[in-house]
Ligand binder design. Structure first.
Ligand code: ZN
Length: 189
């Protein structure tokens, strides 16, 4: 496979450590998503800033790349369609092999490692398939299509709790030798 020179923003120059096993460098780099990443309800927009924290380590077979990427995804809640925006952080690690006989997914090219595919895949895989605006989003009313709020439709069981508690209190009192006046006063106040 013939490729052009590696010059994109995700390309990291590693000339000073190639074929020098044990040498290691660390980089921080601010880049931007070159295109929209993700095809689901949420995605990383083109131009979205991505903070890269990368360590490149020279090993016998090539350059071992590990690090993390921080960015933000946007889209809609899968239940109520409200706009959402969330920070996302992914970690990655991959060996970029020296060009050789064996085909590999990642190769050191022109003394560079190009992290774009690596970072993109890690981020896209981390995007939620069923994003929600909040963990208990009640979604839309099936009848009206209106967005339900947390106080609608989910409180019917709530009044049972005090009654159950009162019943428990009665049972406990009943098991005692006699109700204690002090406890009775406390419960009534
Ligand atoms: Zn929602």
């Amino acid at each position: 496979m013939v490729r052009q020179h590696v010059t994109g923003p995700f390309a990291i120059r590693v000339r000073d450590i190639v074929h020098r096993p044990g040498e290691m460098r660390e980089f921080e780099r601010d880049v931007q998503a070159p295109e929209k990443w993700g095809e689901g309800l949420v995605s990383v927009d083109a131009g979205e800033p991505i903070d890269l924290d990368v360590r490149v380590e020279s090993v016998h077979e090539g350059i071992l790349v590990s690090g993390s990427a921080d960015t933000e995804y946007t889209g809609v809640c899968g239940r109520c369609l409200t706009d959402i925006a969330r920070d996302v952080r992914v970690e990655f690690q991959e060996l970029f092999a020296y060009p050789g006989d064996e085909a590999t997914d990642f190769e050191v090219q022109d003394d560079h490692v190009d992290l774009e595919t690596l970072v993109r895949d890690a981020i896209v895989l981390s995007l939620p398939f069923q994003p929600v605006c909040q963990p208990d989003c009640p979604g839309l009313d099936p009848a009206t299509g209106e967005r339900l709020t947390a106080s609608t439709g989910t409180e019917q069981h709530e009044p049972l709790d005090p009654r159950w508690a009162a019943l428990q209190g009665y049972t406990t009192d009943h098991d005692d030798e006699a109700p204690r006046p002090g406890v009775e006063n406390t419960e009534e106040s």
